[in-house]
Design a protein around this ligand. Structure first.
Ligand code: URA
Length: 242
């Protein structure tokens, strides 16, 4: 995260003009991590600093939205007694945020996990009736068949009798055991169970997109970045009113 001059940060966080922010700083009204700071040009990282003005805590950014490339072996939870979690991977950068994953990937799956501290946003992404699409690439232990493609398009009935919504299943050229899957719902182990109906096992499962937002190709497993304001807006508008 880029640093900001203290007077700019105070002005934005307190919603006051820059001249007013400077006066507050010079009067000793502003504290950084519990210490009074009178340097109006101090460079600070708004995501990690604790800012107080006149005794009240101020937050610069209302919420944080992160795109994480989840590696294998990490669980999609906030805390876990045994395994490393997706929140463990980002918490050091955002020590004061109550981040959680908006949606889950299995421990063995890889790819795009969205982390946020905005409960309303997460609810919008996850609400079943909103049907935000998710794209996955899978590697099967058997070649993809037309029967699977037709079955997914129709809506697979899982072994326990639960009927899934129609899903997109597409071949990957030159890779008979690979496929692209597009789901509009999120049921536990859904893809593995859907392929299981056709006696196919899933060896690899990778989430490449949520709605119109694709996992950034420059990220390596375990790396993350903030969503741009435009990406947050795209996801919000995908969910709005649906
Ligand atoms: N479906 C699965 O079976 N596993 C995942 O991680 C995501 C979708």
């Amino acid at each position: 995260m880029a640093t900001l001059r203290l007077d700019k940060l105070v002005a934005e966080a307190a919603g006051v003009p820059r001249t007013e922010a400077r006066k507050l700083i010079l009067k000793g009204q502003v504290q950084l991590d519990g210490e009074i700071c009178r340097a109006i040009d101090r460079k600070v990282d708004p995501t990690t600093v604790e800012l107080c003005c006149g005794g009240a805590a101020l937050s610069h950014q209302a919420n944080v939205y992160l795109m994480l490339y989840k590696p294998k072996g990490v669980v999609s939870a906030s805390r876990d007694g045994r395994d490393e979690t997706v929140v463990d991977l980002v918490q050091g950068t955002y020590p004061r945020r109550e981040l959680f994953p908006a949606g889950r990937l299995d421990k063995t799956s890889t790819g795009f996990v969205l982390l946020t501290d905005d409960g309303t946003f997460a609810h919008q992404i996850l609400a079943p009736r909103r049907h935000v699409s998710k794209e996955y690439f899978v590697e099967l232990d058997t070649p993809l068949t037309q029967q699977m493609i037709d079955g997914f398009a129709e809506g697979v009935t899982l072994a326990d009798g639960e009927k899934m919504m129609p899903a997109g299943l597409f071949a990957v050229e030159g890779e008979p055991n690979s496929a692209r899957v597009v789901l509009r719902q999120g049921v536990y182990h859904q893809i593995k169970r859907m392929f299981g109906v056709f006696d196919a096992g899933v060896n690899e499962l990778h989430r490449s997109a949520i709605g119109e937002v694709r996992l950034d190709e420059s990220l390596l497993p375990g790396q993350f970045r903030e969503l741009t304001a435009q990406e947050v807006e795209v996801l919000r508008s995908t969910t709005a009113g649906k």
